[in-house]
Design a protein around this ligand. Sequence first.
Ligand code: MN
Ligand code: MN
Length: 318
Amino acid sequence: MEGYRPVDPRESPRFSGIKTFMRLPHIKTTEGVDIAIVGVPFDTGASYRVGARFGPEAIRNVSALLRHHNEVLDVSIFEHCSVVDWGDLPVNPGYVEDSYQMIEDGLLPILEGGVIPILLGGDHSVTLPELRAMNKVHGPVALIQFDSHSDTGDKRFGRKYTHGTPFRRAVEEELLLVDHSIQVGMRGSIYSRDSLDDSRKLGFELVTSVEAQEQGIGELVQRIVNRVGDEKVFVTFDIDFVDPAFAPGTGTPEVGGFSSREALQAVRGLKDLNLVGFDLVEVLPQYDPSQVTALLGANIVYEFVSLIALKKKLASEG
Ligand code: MN
Ligand code: MN
């Protein structure tokens, strides 16, 4: 098919060239584009370690390894999808509200152009302005959140906008179809006995890591699919969903998590949903000496792209 596609790694070595996601062309257009990869290098919302501002760069660097055919989903991505690397949205380091406006304004033209965005964080605070932009174009959407934390706190250090609070704000701002939204993977020590109930009171279905691990990934996927139904859905993937043995490079790691294999299996299970946007957040390269976290992040984004390509492939086959 005609459209934007990466350089062929058999013609040009994978270690060469300027680093974009999968070596896609860096073009800021929505014309003839199905998917845009978009960096959001902002980490002022982080409560513990900072440095996720370098996440997009690290993911792009290691994504040069990715090849064009997804064997498990059986789809040759660029036969069905035109994809660009949009570059990064502008942000103002240190200033959450300013950055929120810049992120929302930066994402809007991509959505208005009918392009599916896949955003690379940044800490998890960036998902709120993303959802504000999504709401302007799509109306409220369902949310699937993979995360070891629910991120539905009220305030951190007296402030409303941090990486621990975006999904409470999203409910308050009526950006979500909360009856169709689900949070999965919560684990680790929490502030009080009712911390997780806060999410349920807001209307989310919440599946803890222990529950999901007892039931298995197949059952977890079924719960997600049942919850979302046919609604438009935004997928937000906090890399700390995965165990720090597989993803050490993150700001607030929690032990007892999922393997990379389980994470990929869960994402692939979303193939029949009405997917309208994605983000992958909280990759923190300074704590990722072997780049294994960035590599996993790149592969999860690869699965996101593949899910859209697969839908297009199946639609073209009737
Ligand atoms: Mn999070
Ligand atoms: Mn988290």
